[in-house]
Design a protein around this ligand. Structure first.
Ligand SMILES: Cc1cc2nc3c(=O)[nH]c(=O)nc-3n(C[C@H](O)[C@H](O)[C@H](O)COP(=O)(O)OP(=O)(O)OC[C@H]3O[C@@H](n4cnc5c(N)ncnc54)[C@H](O)[C@@H]3O)c2cc1C
Length: 604
């Protein structure tokens, strides 16, 4: 194919996650010289003309390019030589506990909202409420800080940013009804976040700040820093586990290690929750501030929710209105959706239909879990109650749904225990050695849903329009990218984050690890999806393809799954449907050979 570039690029990263922190003496393996020069703007991946020179860095997409961590360094986390960021946070809490325990209540208590944009069933918010109510005249004050640099570093999609801002408006109104002000601050540089939070607390004469723990590496480090800096100012910064039904670190194998395979982890998750049902107890919404006491915060009540920074704005009004209709924001809408789902026949049929993308057979609650407008505890508790108080067994659809919700916990546990997955490092370090193709034309076709593989194209176009993709399709397009196209899976991972409304680091990274085989093992075997068979099995009628690929709407029967070989080039050209980018059989052989070579063993 003219202009096609085949370039091996393994020494730089494909998006910023984490700059490697380099405690003295243990960062020798990191070659800082491999850093790619800074570049601010996204470079669109586009085909080259035959006479254009191949760019050795076709996928330099973002401004931060820390080098990929060495396998040796990743191993240092596994062998407990480098403390995990959660351990650093725990140590900071422990070291400052004497100081923090002595802090008097103050004029107000701050709750810092982050990925928990709700009042109901919110651990740290409840703690702050209790603290505020422990002294007469103390107010509960809420805060949220927008940082464009954080949005950039976490690769937030404009759709997700928009959803968060809409949810903040709802939250502000709900809090106002309780006389609780919500301050939405703006912090340009993420390095200034701790200072901004402390300053806000001091302005409100607050001695206590609460927040729920976020598990991404940079967030854990930020919290550890804030615990110490706040303590040195006489402020108690208290963080609690809230984002999982079972907090990370609670489950371990017989050898005391974190599980890396889902099924035994899930059995342990069920057992733990059964033995500790109180973990699912609902926490009350905060009690109101007295209007007299909080009148001094009038200026905070008057504040408006800022707009998204320019680089995270939706492209136009029409898209904004469409997403608003499709994904109503805020806690009340999350509960409406959960309640409707718990009463829907689709829930009891979930085990049978959840893999069929043409059926509306899943909850579509992921965006609410991602931004915290819904607590996972609430969802599991209510589903369990609907299932005769059983977490497993009982109704097949309901127990299957609970087991899917558990995947979300699983990937957060993985992230906490193997923090290097947050640093562009595959869970299985040996997968670093796979030689990926970095072909801009193939990547461009995948992104645009123009691969000539109908089920892949339908799914990618669903993502472009709805900012959401069905789970089965996420697996199909992921496997197609990493195995049929042999493109670096991290390109796909990043593209998903840039577009999904429900983009969540742990679940996305876990999903991409699964489809590329470089992640934790859901099944202990290597597999390459055959997109044609997947299409026939999970979209047997072809309705999903017809919905999203208008070029193929008139195609009847099984030809819809593989039109170029069934209808021929002439007919497909007439329909305007692209020629397949690769043929699955040879692509599969090539992928197997590449994986075997990279892993240095007979079988991948
Ligand atoms: C390559 C890939 C990338 C993914 N990226 C994300 C992501 O960025 N954010 C995200 O929330 N999910 C992600 N998932 C998981 C899953 O596809 C979505 O959670 C699901 O499609 C959301 O739709 P739903 O709410 O209707 O799910 P339902 O089927 O109704 O499931 C209920 C909830 O369970 C959780 N869940 C279900 N399946 C999974 C799973 N495989 N992994 C983790 N959690 C799960 C979700 O919170 C979901 O909302 C990814 C999966 C793959 C294979």
């Amino acid at each position: 194919m003219p202009g096609r570039r085949q370039t091996r690029v393994s020494s730089f990263l494909l998006g910023k996650r984490e700059r490697e922190q380099t405690p003295d003496g243990i960062n020798k393996a990191i070659k800082l010289s491999t850093l790619v020069p800074l570049k601010q703007e996204t470079i669109a991946a586009s085909p080259l003309n035959a006479d254009q020179k191949a760019d050795p860095k076709p996928f330099v997409l973002r401004k931060y390019y820390p080098p990929e961590m060495s396998n040796e360094r990743a191993q240092l986390y596994n062998s407990n030589v480098i403390p995990r960021p959660i351990e650093v946070l725990e140590a900071a809490l422990k070291d400052t506990s004497a100081l923090r325990n002595k802090v008097p209540v103050g004029d107000s208590v701050i709750h810092w909202f982050r990925g928990d944009l709700r009042l109901r069933d919110n651990k740290a918010l409840s703690w702050a409420d209790e603290k505020a109510r422990s002294k007469d005249g103390t107010n509960l004050v809420a805060a949220f800080f927008i940082s464009p640099e954080d949005m950039d570093a976490h690769v937030r999609s404009p759709a997700r940013v928009d959803f968060v801002l809409r949810s903040l408006q709802v939250l502000k109104d709900d809090l106002k009804a309780l006389n609780i002000p919500l301050h939405v601050g703006w912090v340009d540089k993420r390095k200034d976040m701790c200072a901004a939070v402390i300053k806000f607390a001091q302005d409100c004469r607050a001695n206590h700040i609460s927040a729920n723990i976020e598990y991404e590496v940079d967030e854990l480090r930020k919290d550890a820093k804030l615990v110490k800096e706040a303590a040195s100012c006489g402020i108690n910064y208290n963080v609690l586990h809230d984002y999982c039904a079972v907090p990370p670190g609670k489950l371990s194998t017989g050898q005391g290690k974190q599980y890396s395979v889902y099924t035994p982890w899930y059995k342990s998750w069920l057992k733990y929750l059964d033995m500790n049902r109180e973990l699912l107890d609902e926490l009350p919404i905060p009690s109101p501030n007295t209007s007299v006491a909080c009148s001094k915060y009038e200026h905070l009540f008057q504040e408006t929710i800022p707009e998204a920074p320019d680089f995270k704005k939706l492209p136009d009004k029409e898209t904004a209105v469409r997403l608003q209709d499709m994904w109503p924001a805020g806690e009340a809408k999350a509960m409406d959706r959960l309640e409707a789902w718990l009463n829907a026949k689709a829930l009891t049929d979930y085990h049978e239909n959840r893999n069929i993308p043409s059926i509306d057979g899943t909850s579509k609650l992921s965006v609410h879990f991602a931004v915290g407008t819904l607590s996972v505890r609430t969802a599991v508790r209510l589903a369990m109650q609907r299932n005769g108080n059983k977490l497993s067994g009982g109704n097949k659809g309901i127990s299957c749904w609970i087991s899917e919700v558990a995947w979300r916990d699983f990937y957060k546990h993985v992230l906490v225990n193997w923090p290097y997955v947050c640093m562009n490092k595959p869970f299985k370090p040996e997968y670093t050695n796979i030689e990926w193709d970095y072909d801009p034309e193939l990547f461009d076709r995948w992104c645009k849903g123009m691969t000539g593989c109908p089920i892949v194209d339908a799914a990618m176009r669903q993502l472009a329009t709805d900012k959401w993709m069905h789970n089965r399709c996420r697996m199909i397009v992921g496997s197609y990218l990493a195995k049929d196209l042999l493109l670096d899976w991290r390109l796909g991972e990043k593209f998903f984050m840039e577009h999904l409304i429900d983009g969540d680091f742990a679940s996305n990274n876990g999903g991409w690890g699964f489809v590329s085989s470089a992640g934790v093992d859901p099944q202990p075997y290597f597999r390459i999806f055959n997109p044609d068979l997947q299409s026939k099995k999970f979209d047997p009628s072809g309705d999903f393809i017809r919905k999203w690929v208008p070029e193929l709407r008139s195609v009847v029967g099984n030809a819809i799954h593989d039109p170029w070989s069934k209808l021929g080039a002439k007919a497909c050209t007439k329909l305007g449907y692209p020629k397949p980018a690769v043929v699955h059989g040879p692509a599969r052989e090539k992928a197997l050979a590449r994986y075997k070579a990279g892993l240095g063993r007979d079988k991948p």
